[in-house]
Ligand binder design. Structure first.
Ligand code: ITT
Length: 198
């Protein structure tokens, strides 16, 4: 790992919280992240597979902008709801939201759930895709005001706090996103070193 910024990556996301979470992790690998602010920052397809969504988005962004690009796609998978909302998390959050999920979970004892993240990078000539998940439980009430999305109702295993009750650094110690992007950044640095481009 290095502390200087020797690699630049454009993060294709419309979500500033994701950028704020990933930036400090990228810096540890000597990677400077810049948000891709062009109007088609994130090209999405509807698919039931997060890996397919991330792969398509990163390749489309690279084709359009010809810049080294990172895409990170995530979803919440609730066991008692057969993995719902999963790849539809964004739409479900915008429509029924946190309270809608809590309503669907009323009277349900099995609160187990996980977040999954897929981090995909195109950095010519390399294509990297890494996944990670964090297991946890869905609370009965929303708690905390930090973070975004379903953070107020998710408690990762071995913590008592919801993601929304944590600082960014604390969330990054547990999160699906921190794990997936760390794996992808580590692989990128390794490839660049191996091929003497760093
Ligand atoms: P992009 O522009 O990067 O696509 P997004 O907000 O649409 O940003 P995702 O597609 O990765 O993000 O995630 C889909 C939804 O899943 C997101 O809107 C949240 O509601 C939820 N989600 C994903 N990661 C989360 C996290 O770390 N904490 C809470 N909710 C999360």
């Amino acid at each position: 790992m290095t502390n200087t910024c020797s690699i630049k990556l454009f993060f294709a996301t419309g979500n500033i919280h994701k950028l704020n979470e990933v930036k400090p992790i990228a810096e540890r690998y000597g990677i400077c992240l810049e948000q891709m602010i062009e109007s088609r920052a994130k090209v999405e397809i509807q698919s039931s597979d997060l890996i397919e969504i991330a792969r398509y988005a990163v390749l489309e962004n690279y084709k359009l902008f010809k810049k080294p690009v990172l895409v990170e796609d995530a979803g919440l998978f609730i066991e008692a709801l057969n993995g719902f909302p999963g790849p539809y998390s964004s739409y479900v959050y915008k429509t029924i939201g946190v309270n809608g999920i809590l309503k669907l979970m009323e009277g349900v004892d099995n609160r187990r759930a996980y977040f999954m993240s897929v981090a995909a990078i195109v950095y010519e000539p390399f294509f990297i895709i890494e996944t990670a998940r964090v297991e946890g439980v869905i609370t009965k009430e929303p708690r905390g005001s930090g973070g975004f999305g379903f953070d107020p109702i998710f408690v990762p295993r071995s913590s008592k706090k919801t993601f929304a009750e944590m600082s960014i650094d604390e969330k990054n110690m547990y999160s699906h996103r921190a794990k997936a992007v760390s794996k992808a950044f580590s692989k990128l640095v390794h490839l660049l070193k191996t091929y003497n481009t760093l």
